[in-house]
Write a protein that binds this ligand. Structure first.
Ligand SMILES: [Zn+2]
Ligand SMILES: [Zn+2]
Length: 266
């Protein structure tokens, strides 16, 4: 059974990720318009009818922009915790009530061909979660918005075969850039976002043979470049005596366009 992953969009202007096999798929976040989601999937030959649900990480608009229409027009069930639902459901958000599914932190649930577990991460929303998804013998962990990697999140990150992890900003670019002080402080805080050096250091300390793919996600438009992510990774790894020889495979997820499909069985 082929298991495929791709990012439709990744960053502060919208996050949406797809994981699926030839029968079923799921989305992680719906931070771009439902029209774009449908179009991008169609371009890849994926029918909306095969999408069995959308997992929601938190209430920031770059993660839920298309959720209302996905539930109302496509009747796609949406899964997140009670606390995240509370933060999403306001009089303005007309989520179809038939599509609301409540899940519990660190309690496995089954959806289509996937065993899924949500876990808490540190970020400045009422609650933010990461997802650990098992399909056959493959394990996928997705953490897109977090200020630091706590003990709980690290357990799920360390066992992934495919890891989608934030690498939001280059520490120097953020420091020297034009953002006001309060915003720089918010981004850098334990409840903000992960910087390139933070992510690279965690990976260098925890890399293992099970990790086949790393996808760097949620890059800042103003405070990062794909080149800086890679340079920081290479420098951090070489400082620790680690050389990357094509394993794990590395992708930098682009902000506005879908990335190439990764086949986890290859
Ligand atoms: Zn975000
Ligand atoms: Zn966020």
């Amino acid at each position: 059974m082929g298991l495929n992953f791709c990012s439709l969009s990744s960053g502060s202007s919208g996050n949406c990720y797809y994981l699926g096999n030839e029968f079923h798929g799921i989305l992680i976040d719906a931070g771009i318009s439902a029209t774009s989601i449908r179009k991008f999937l169609k371009d890849m030959g994926i029918s909306m009818q095969t999408v069995m649900g959308v997992l929601i990480t938190h209430n920031h608009i770059d993660h839920i922009k298309g959720l209302e229409l996905l539930t109302r027009k496509n009747s796609i069930p949406a899964f997140t915790t009670h606390k995240v639902w509370q933060s999403i459901l306001s009089p303005q958000k007309k989520i179809s009530t038939d599509c609301i599914r409540k899940i519990h932190l660190q309690e496995k649930f089954h959806l289509a061909d996937f065993d899924i577990e949500a876990f808490p991460v540190c970020h400045d929303a009422p609650e933010t979660i990461g997802f650990h998804i098992c399909a056959g013998n493959k394990k996928i962990t997705i953490v897109t918005d977090l200020g630091h990697i706590c003990q709980t999140a690290s357990q799920y990150i360390k066992v992934a075969n495919l890891l989608v992890i934030e690498s939001n900003y280059d520490e120097q670019m953020l420091e020297n850039g034009g953002y006001p002080y309060y915003l720089k402080a918010r981004i850098r805080s334990d409840h903000g976002h992960l910087g390139n050096h933070q992510t690279a250091t965690f990976l260098a300390d925890n890399i293992n043979d099970d990790l086949n793919y790393i996808c760097f996600a949620h890059l800042s438009k103003n405070n990062n470049t794909p080149e800086l992510v890679l340079q920081t990774l290479e420098r951090t790894f070489s400082n620790k005596g680690i050389t990357l020889k094509g394993q794990p495979q590395i992708s930098i997820l682009s902000r506005n366009t879908p990335t190439e499909m990764i086949n986890l069985n290859e």
